[in-house]
Write a protein that binds this ligand. Structure first.
Ligand code: TXA
Ligand code: MG
Length: 317
């Protein structure tokens, strides 16, 4: 059920139950990060393979000392620059964090979310929250409480209503090789903004065989309707026989009689707005009568790289 009642959510979490909470990126499926039983429920409901570790959400940067060790200087700089916010840091883990959270790794992924409801919830608890995106494994991430409800219905008794997620795409994930920051996942904070704080990043976002991050799997974030990515939507449509076509474009509307549903991400060509709208647009396209979705590649700068990354993983292989 969708509700505004934070204390009900607190009580459920203390009882090792799981709930859905809004964050500024996407909705999360949250449970006590210190409780194996609670985290087990997250994996079961999400049908997520156990080799995919979860992000631990903490209430403030001070709490980092309760979950991580040997924190690089570059990580501290990034935490000060972007927390609370859409940046996840992969750091050496403390031993008391259950292996199920980190998939047996010696590292833990951590962030401070920037949504008043998530922060109020964390403030009410004595433990951090493990939370993957609140979608079944491989599906499009939810950016509204209604998306979460449509995925899980009554299997999830508490879905906190936090409105539309401000950033609309998952956090950017950064790990470290000593002091060298490594990008594991493109996300809501652009590479350029991160490099302005810590210098050049090594990019390692493709590792399909032994994924360090499931967001790195080549097919993920995927609509169930076959989806294609192209630089020229009009041309692509001409190569198709008449079909019910759904179209996702950056800013310029396409005119073609085969188009039955069209989503324009930002009519002013603003990539931040486009990112915020991306998943909701994909959800609507997937639920429309379109038999095929044609998506337009974004300009590959700033958050355009994040959108292209997600579209690349949404396409039919
Ligand atoms: O914005 C977000 O990050 C959202 C909200 C709910 O906070 N969460 C999210 O979680 O996107 P999830 O589970 O869908 O993605 C977590 C990513 C995965 O790609 C996972 O492999 C990576 O974090 N990850 C977690 N622990 C890791 C670790 N120790 N080393 C490398 N990657 C890790
Ligand atoms: Mg996810």
């Amino acid at each position: 059920m969708i509700t505004n009642n934070i204390s009900e959510a607190t009580a459920a979490l203390v009882n090792n139950e799981i709930i859905a909470m809004p964050t500024e990126t996407v909705y999360g499926l949250a449970g006590n990060a210190y409780s194996e039983a609670a985290v087990q429920k997250i994996f079961t409901l999400k049908k997520r393979p156990f080799y995919n570790p979860l992000i631990v959400h903490i209430k403030s940067v001070q709490f980092l000392n309760n979950v991580a060790n040997d924190i690089p200087l570059a990580a501290n700089k990034l935490a000060s620059a972007f927390w609370p916010g859409s940046l996840t840091l992969v750091l050496k883990k403390q031993l008391h964090i259950p292996d199920i959270v980190t998939a047996g790794k010696t590292t833990v992924a951590v962030r401070v979310p920037n949504h008043p409801m998530a922060l109020a919830l964390l403030e009410s608890l004595t433990f951090p929250l493990a939370a993957p995106s609140a979608n079944p494994f491989g599906c499009i991430s939810p950016t509204t409480a209604e998306h979460v409800h449509s995925y899980f219905g009554n299997d999830l008794p508490i879905i906190l209503q936090g409105g539309s997620c401000e950033n609309g795409v998952e956090s950017t994930i950064i790990g470290f090789d000593n002091e060298q920051p490594i990008l594991y996942r493109h996300g809501a904070i652009s590479v350029e903004d991160i490099e302005a704080v810590v210098g050049k990043l090594i990019v390692n976002t493709n590792n399909n065989s032994n994924p360090d991050a499931p967001g790195m799997l080549s097919r993920h974030y995927a609509p169930s309707t076959p989806t294609y990515l192209t630089e020229n939507v009009s041309e692509f449509i001409q190569s198709l026989s008449s079909k019910k076509i759904g179209v996702l474009v950056f800013k310029n509307k396409i005119t073609n009689t085969s188009i039955t549903h069209q989503e324009i991400l930002s009519i002013t060509g603003n990539t931040k707005e486009a990112t915020k709208n991306l998943y909701a647009a994909l959800h609507r396209l997937d639920n429309s009568d379109a038999e095929i979705i044609i998506a337009e590649k974004m300009p590959a700068v700033g958050l355009g790289k994040t959108i292209n990354d997600r579209l690349q993983r949404a396409i039919k292989k």
